[in-house]
Design a binder for this molecule. Structure first.
Ligand code: GRF
Length: 206
């Protein structure tokens, strides 16, 4: 059995991507492989960080034509026989066609996941932590979920609460979210590597 092959999509800082890379490097190469990091933004710091960590990177820049952009991304996934996509701050929605095509390579299995800093369905989309903070909520949290074509709407796999103390500042609270995100996402990657989360391997379809 070959290693489960993962592609990470990220558009920004890449702290989650780097936590996933660190976990993969700690695990056996026979069990898990990061095929590449893909970004749609040339200036995304994640590209440099991943390169420095010895991981292959691709930049597929935003195009006016979404279909053409996704076709380029799909051809990379096809080339590397990718089994799982981990979204880590990828600021684009994937189309239903893209998701369907990826599923066809895995006998219909849902193998695209995302990490989001709220207890979905609360606070989907951008600035979730800041919006929850300005609503003075007592707690919010982190959600790991499957990805469909909606905005943070796929089936929830794991959620963990992040409490907010009265004197907490936004930067301090944000830091708490990131710590939980990195831990939950790395754990999920480890589950994939160890087969606790089963993988349907890429298979060519006509
Ligand atoms: C994280 O908060 C993640 O939950 C959200 O986007 C942010 C990405 O941060 N989807 P980073 O680039 O991984 O640091």
């Amino acid at each position: 059995m070959r290693p489960a092959r993962v592609a990470i999509f990220a558009s920004g800082t890449g702290s989650n991507a780097m936590a996933l890379i660190a976990k993969a490097q700690e695990l056996s190469k026979e069990k898990i492989e990061i095929a590449f990091i893909l970004s749609d933004k040339p200036a995304a710091p994640v590209l440099e960080k991943a390169k420095n960590a010895g991981v292959r990177t691709y930049l597929v820049e935003k195009k006016a034509d979404r279909k053409a952009h996704e076709a380029e991304v799909l051809s990379l996934l096809h080339e590397y026989h990718v089994d799982w996509i981990f979204l880590a701050g990828y600021m684009r929605l994937l189309s239903a066609d893209f998701i369907q095509r990826f599923r066809q390579w895995h006998e219909g299995a849902e193998q695209i996941v995302n990490i989001h800093p709220s207890l979905l369905p609360a606070y989907p989309g951008v600035d979730s932590i800041a919006r929850a903070f300005s609503d003075s909520v007592k707690e919010s949290g982190v959600t790991l979920h499957l990805v469909d074509e909606g905005m943070d709407t796929g089936r929830i796999l794991v959620q963990e609460i992040v409490c907010r103390s009265q004197d907490s500042t936004l930067p301090a609270w944000t830091q708490q979210f990131h710590e939980v995100e990195h831990r939950l996402y790395s754990q999920f990657l480890e589950n994939v590597a160890l087969g606790r989360q089963p993988t349907v391997y890429f298979k060519e379809t006509p």
